[in-house]
Design a binder for this molecule. Structure first.
Ligand code: SAH
Length: 224
């Protein structure tokens, strides 16, 4: 563990958080104990808007500021599990939003670089992650569809917004054998969750079923 987030057994959200983890295990069949442990440790209520804090551990996505959403806990767990992190990885996250997924990744990998398009969300996420004691996260505002060249290659990339096709700069910034999970589709109704594995000369692609994410807006995504 590189972050300061310890299980807090005192707050009113402890029980709902453990129930959320039980649901991830029993209903959604999340099997990676490290992922379940990280989800049990990160205070999700801290990342959702104050007015809906009491809903933080419900089994659904929740609205964030500026029309964005914090993904359903199951989606966070599933995407994270698909990256098969062991603890020593350098991870790139596109679409950090509230910073919740960023925190989960930071408990499971050595270092997380994260990009969020909207300045306000990036600033709020940075403040929260810092106040929780995370020291292995570097988060900036910007267009993540170009990746973050300065720190590549990455062992894993998680993209939490959906584009029309695989952004090639992201594939190029993966190590051979590195994995990326990303929603792809012509519109929100036809999005599919994809896992890419970088090979020496190209990449392989797996289809992991339907999903619904906010649009990935940028040079290698949608233009609005
Ligand atoms: N994982 C986030 C989910 C946020 S929703 C969470 O747990 O809160 C997806 C985010 O992707 C939105 O905040 C949106 O602003 C952001 N986004 C969309 N296009 C982007 C791009 N090109 N680069 C970086 N972030 C982007």
């Amino acid at each position: 563990m590189t972050a300061a987030t310890q299980p807090d057994l005192t707050d009113e959200f402890t029980l709902p958080r453990y129930r959320m983890v039980e649901l991830l295990r029993d209903k959604y069949k999340i099997a990676d104990e490290r992922v379940l442990d990280a989800m049990a440790r990160v205070p999700r209520h801290y990342f959702v808007p104050e007015a809906i804090r009491h809903q933080a551990y419900k089994d659904n996505a929740l609205p964030l500021a500026l029309g964005q959403t914090i993904s359903q806990p199951f989606i966070v767990a599933r995407m994270t599990e698909l990256l098969e992190l062991k603890g020593d990885e350098k991870v790139l996250e596109i679409g950090a939003g509230s910073g919740y997924q960023t925190a989960v990744l930071a408990l499971l990998a050595r270092k997380v670089f994260a990009i969020e398009r909207l300045e306000q969300l990036a600033a709020e996420a940075n403040t929260k992650l810092r106040s929780l004691g995370f020291r292995n996260i570097t988060l900036k505002a910007g267009d993540g569809t170009n990746g973050w060249d300065a720190y590549h290659p990455y062992d894993a990339i998680l993209t939490a917004a959906g584009g029309p096709e695989i952004p090639i700069p992201l594939v190029l910034q993966l190590k051979p054998g590195g994995k990326m999970v990303i929603p792809i589709g012509a519109d929100q109704r036809s999005q599919r969750l994809c896992r890419i594995v970088r090979t020496e000369r190209g990449y392989t692609q797996e289809d992991l079923g339907p999903c619904a994410f906010v649009p990935l807006i940028g040079e290698h995504g949608w233009n609005k």
